[in-house]
Ligand binder design. Structure first.
Ligand SMILES: Nc1ncnc2c1ncn2[C@@H]1O[C@H](COP(=O)(O)OP(=O)(O)OP(=O)(O)O)[C@@H](O)[C@H]1O
Length: 816
């Protein structure tokens, strides 16, 4: 039967545990163990876990964030709203299944949506767009005609952006270090590349512009090194630079990045390179082991996304690189006798670059900069910053429209699908959307869930239009999407990207997403948050909020680039998360949206479900309301997770049939389990959901300290959250897979309490610094062979404590 090993979703409420829970199914040893634990807990009144996935106590006041500073304007707008959702019909579950309804017992949002609605404001002028062609052009900035013409004719860039206007003349004339800071999508890459290329090209020309008899070439020396935190970013910079160097084809650039063959990188370095783009770990490695890599001629060291590199634990690598470059005597002329000084800077110049600057960048500055000039997009920013003498928080591009959806945990998944469905309802309105998720496991799960298993044939070449045949590297990362298509957009292409994928897969997936002609969705971790430049991204969805405000700024900055419009939607839970918007930089207010209206809009038309089992009849479908469609969709997803593997992947969804048949006269699940020893479900999607759920909780604990008032892990309702992963199990059951590791935790496990509202409280101690909870739970966005994901110790400890609770419960109710 499809429900072999199906796990029940207990709703214990406030009544004694014993009277509610009958431990049936599973191995008898587990049942006895569970009964004993329950008995023990009942005897010990104060530590009794009154709920597992039980209802949220909505009478309990929602914890409000402590707002320390004066600006409480947004919070003052907040007031309790009526729980409109409670009017929605609750879904009747089939006999034998116990599951909470989507629309009942949800915590109430405190935001006053009516008051917070902003009137339609005048369309704002894009803050990161190129300047007017009449006023500015690249030649007047000091670039050679050749470069300026190449930009205008080949790259279609006629005028500089503000940061380019302020940076290019400075880096052409001066030899001082610089710290570039400007909004996302404002053209910082060219701001530092143009002067470097201009000055290296100048080595090949006389002052009157006539070419010298001998041009410098790839073996004339390595003149610049550009460091970036991720391989994707390195490749992207390399693509921009290659395009630029087409006007100076005698110059060569290359990349050395983690995940690629060191051998071939060495061979490329040996052949000669003038500009090297690298991830810090790999470059440090080459500096140690590649003798042919001579840094004596290096004049520029650029640290792109410097704060991110520090955050990722590259401090030591950067110290090593800076130390080695500085230690190597600066060659005034190269081996061929070409005089470098005067044309190239006569000292080593370091350029630091980012849209945001976390405090750690000060340390990076200490390591790498000497008397740096701070260059921003506008003069006033520079002056303000100099006066303040501290870090500036940069706003998002002014034309970027930000909104947030305050959605209870149980409804997160259906709301996401509804949002995507309405996004792709009209042809051409949105071509590309990026969904940011906190961890790789959750990306994997959502990708598997949202992909269309009914279309087994490989996507046509349209999915990867540059190649005549689809890349084998994208077999597991690119697929047609289910649920979110519409008659106007019958095909939407789903992509996934995270740091645990092999490099060729990452590259091919990103290429597919960038070049996809169909509407496309990228589900990703923070690995895609920095620097990635896919111009047609119209929408960014932060399904899981960023771990720190600067990360949010980078994530939403994947849209609204270089003056284009863009939208960003942030998912927040009702309660303390609602206050988070008050600390986010935004040029215009962040508009709160009712999740009900998102559901209403997205589910105004039927969703194409993957199995026929849960598909309603044609006329029934038409008559359905949005709320019953949401219920049906959730039910369908939960049933997919409970189906046997073969059934899950079949078109007719017979697995779902098996589980839902119980309501039609078959015995309830626990009776069936009595009759035969349960077999493990072994549904890959279910496994993925469980792993995603566990990793999600771990990742949640790693929000930066200052923002934990908004992302308080003890306020998370695990039972409700499980539903957003399509899981019907108790949180303890889901953590079951980790129980062996939990036992190692020993006495510390007992210090964690579960409140009647399903919240977690910890009584300190235990564990110390964490191990990050394994690969799945670590924050992604890591890169380079030697990179380490940064999770602060306290966060790791809380993460461990929360997981101990889950795992502790697992040993009590381990029915899986
Ligand atoms: N002068 C220009 N005219 C038109 N487009 C430009 C110009 N300069 C850059 N762009 C385009 O703007 C986009 C963003 O540039 P870039 O990636 O350098 O931004 P960024 O400031 O580095 O952003 P982020 O902080 O997100 O990394 C790119 O697609 C680039 O081609």
């Amino acid at each position: 039967m499809a429900d072999d090993g199906m796990l029940l979703n207990f709703e214990l409420g406030d009544a004694p545990l014993k009277s509610q829970v009958k431990f049936k199914g599973g191995r008898w040893r587990d049942r006895v163990k569970a009964q004993r634990s329950a008995k023990k807990l009942l005897q010990n009144g104060s530590t009794q876990p009154k709920r597992t996935t039980g209802d949220f106590d909505s009478s309990r006041p929602v914890k409000r964030p402590r707002i320390e500073d004066g600006d409480s304007s947004r919070h003052s707008k907040m007031a309790k709203t009526a729980d409109a959702s409670s009017k929605a019909p609750s879904h009747a579950m089939k006999t034998g299944q116990i599951s909470s309804s989507l629309f009942t017992s949800n915590p109430v949002a405190v935001t006053d949506f009516a008051q917070a609605q902003v009137e339609d404001v005048e369309p704002v002028k894009a803050s990161n767009a190129p300047l007017s062609e009449e006023a500015e052009n690249f030649h007047t900035l000091g670039l050679s005609r050749r470069v300026a013409q190449h930009l205008a004719t080949k790259l279609d860039m006629k005028a500089p952006t503000a940061i380019q206007k302020n940076t290019v003349p400075h880096l052409i004339k001066e030899d001082s270090d610089a710290f570039l800071q400007a909004e996302t999508g404002s053209g910082k890459t060219l701001a530092y590349l143009l002067p470097i290329v201009h000055r290296i090209m100048a080595l090949s020309f006389n002052e009157d512009g006539t070419p010298k008899a001998t041009k410098v070439h790839r073996n004339s020396g390595l003149f610049a090194i550009i460091l970036a935190p991720t391989r994707e970013l390195c490749k992207q910079i390399s693509v921009v630079l290659e395009k630029l160097l087409r006007c100076a084809p005698w110059l060569v650039c290359t990349t050395v990045i983690g995940g690629e063959s060191k051998h071939s990188e060495k061979a490329r370095i040996r052949k000669g390179v003038n500009i090297l783009i690298a991830t810090p770990g790999r470059l440090a490695d080459h500096l140690d082991n590649t003798k042919v890599l001579n840094v004596g001629t290096v004049r520029w060291l650029v640290l792109d996304e410097g704060d991110r590199m520090m955050e990722m634990g590259f401090e030591e690598d950067i110290r090593t690189i800076v130390g080695k470059i500085r230690a190597d005597k600066l060659q005034k002329e190269n081996a061929e006798g070409v005089v470098l000084d005067g044309i190239l800077p006569s000292r080593r110049v370091t350029v630091l670059c980012s849209a945001t600057m976390k405090m750690n960048v000060q340390k990076l500055g200490e390591i790498s900069l000497e008397d740096a000039v701070h260059i921003t997009a506008s003069k006033s920013e520079m002056e303000q910053d100099a006066a303040a003498g501290n870090e500036t928080v940069f706003a998002a591009p002014s034309q970027l429209k930000q909104s947030c959806i305050i959605v209870p945990a149980k409804l997160r998944l259906v709301t996401l699908i509804a949002l995507l469905k309405s996004t792709f309802a009209r042809k051409g309105s949105v071509m590309k959307a990026i969904i940011f998720i906190s961890c790789a496991d959750s990306v994997d799960f959502h990708y598997e869930l949202l992909k269309d298993t009914k279309t087994p044939e490989p996507p046509t070449p349209e999915f990867s239009p540059t190649k005549p045949e689809r890349s084998p590297h994208t077999d597991s990362t690119v697929a047609p999407a289910a649920y979110i298509t519409s008659p106007a957009n019958p095909r939407v292409v789903l992509h996934k990207l995270h740091g645990s994928l092999a490099q060729p897969v990452r590259s091919a997936t990103l290429e597919s997403f960038s070049k996809c002609k169909d509407p496309a969705v990228l589900i990703t971790t923070d690995i895609s948050s920095r620097g990635l430049d896919v111009p047609a991204v119209d929408l960014v969805i932060e399904y899981d909020p960023a771990f720190a405000v600067p990360d949010h700024v980078h994530r939403i900055g994947r849209t609204a680039r270089a003056g284009r419009p863009g939208k960003a939607v942030l998912f927040l839970l009702p309660g303390c998360e609602e206050g988070y918007t008050s600390i986010l930089p935004a040029s215009t207010p962040i508009t709160p949206q009712l999740y009900e209206s998102v559901l209403q809009k997205g589910l105004a038309t039927p969703v194409n479900l993957l199995s026929s089992q849960t598909k309603t009849t044609a006329d029934g479908t038409e008559k359905q309301t949005w709320s019953s469609r949401a219920e049906a969709l959730q039910l369908h997803i939960e049933q997919r997770l409970l189906a046997k593997p073969a059934e899950e992947s079949t078109e007719d969804g017979s697995a779902a049939a098996a589980s839902s048949n119980k309501g039609k006269g078959s015995k309830p699940k626990h009776h069936q389990q009595k009759a035969s020893r349960p077999k493990p479900v072994n549904n890959l999607l279910l496994d993925a959901a469980r792993q995603a759920f566990r990793s999600h909780i771990r990742a949640y604990a790693t929000h930066v300290r200052e923002e934990r008032v908004y992302f308080d892990i003890t306020q998370l309702h695990l039972g409700h959250l499980a539903k957003a992963f399509g899981l019907r199990e108790t949180p303890g059951g889901i953590g079951g897979g980790l129980s062996r590791r939990a036992h190692k935790g020993g006495a510390a496990e007992k210090k964690v309490k579960v409140s009647s509202a399903g919240k977690v409280s910890t009584s300190g101690g235990g564990g110390g610094g964490g191990d990050g909870g394994g690969s799945g739970g670590r924050r992604d966005g890591d890169d380079d062979d030697d990179g380490v994901g940064a999770v602060d110790e306290g966060a790791a400890r809380r993460m461990k404590e929360k997981m101990r609770m889950v795992m502790n419960a697992a040993s009590e109710f381990n029915l899986g």
